[in-house]
Design a protein around this ligand. Sequence first.
Ligand SMILES: [Fe+2]
Length: 291
Amino acid sequence: MSATVRSLGYVILGCTDLNAWRTFAPHVLGMELVERAETSLRFRMDEFGYRFQVEEGAPEGVHTLGWAVKGADELTEVISRVEKYGYTVTHHGVGSALANARNVVDIATFTDPEGINLELMYGLEQALTPFVSPVGTTFVANRELGLGHVFQLVGDVEKYNELYRDVLGFALSDYIGPATFYHCNPRHHSFAFVPVMDDDRKRLQGIGHIMLETTDIDGVGRAIDNMYAHGAKEKATLGKHTNDKMISFYVETPSRTQIEYGTGGIFIDDATWVPTQYPSAHYWGHDREGL
Ligand SMILES: [Fe+2]
């Protein structure tokens, strides 16, 4: 398989309170606000013009994932595989309204089995100025590694194995119980999923969390302080994950989708990596109240 998805390029969330995001993303997460329009905001965390787009209006939570491929030939090849597996794809084309709206060169869209919009694209626009975090945080995010990872609650495990492994070209990282972890670049995982049979929970938390990684533990510590200072809701205490070794905590965003905010994730070298499994997701910590 020559053409594959290369990284998580952007995420788009709906919310009911855009102003809450104006405080939360810069002052808790350390992202840089990019003013855009009355009903949407964008946030930077690296060299790119944006990584998060937040739109006022229902539904709350992540509704769109932007997956980056390398270029035109790769986009064509991945689109043909998506179609071969029975998905209906719209290839919007270079210079299309959607390509311009997303600030990418070209883009194709389809819907995953749970109704999340998946956008395959290349050429996400670079910013003209360096990323400046209002709280001095630097992220492990760039054009190779993407912005972080996605953890999704799904109904049909085999459909997601097929979509992310066979169609989009991800490789297996490992398993923790019923959860499966996949990588598409050296980041330990860019996509993971766990089967959940509860339709209400899937509807509310389809994308369970997005992970953002800082270059050092001080970035995580500052975010914990800032979460308390700004009254954001802690969803899980500081802890260490078994498989990617990430030291992280979880916080609820104004869109209800959770952010895993961590540091110290390992990288995978496909030449030597051998998938394994773990009996728990945590060495310590990550105490959680409710979901
Ligand atoms: Fe995670």
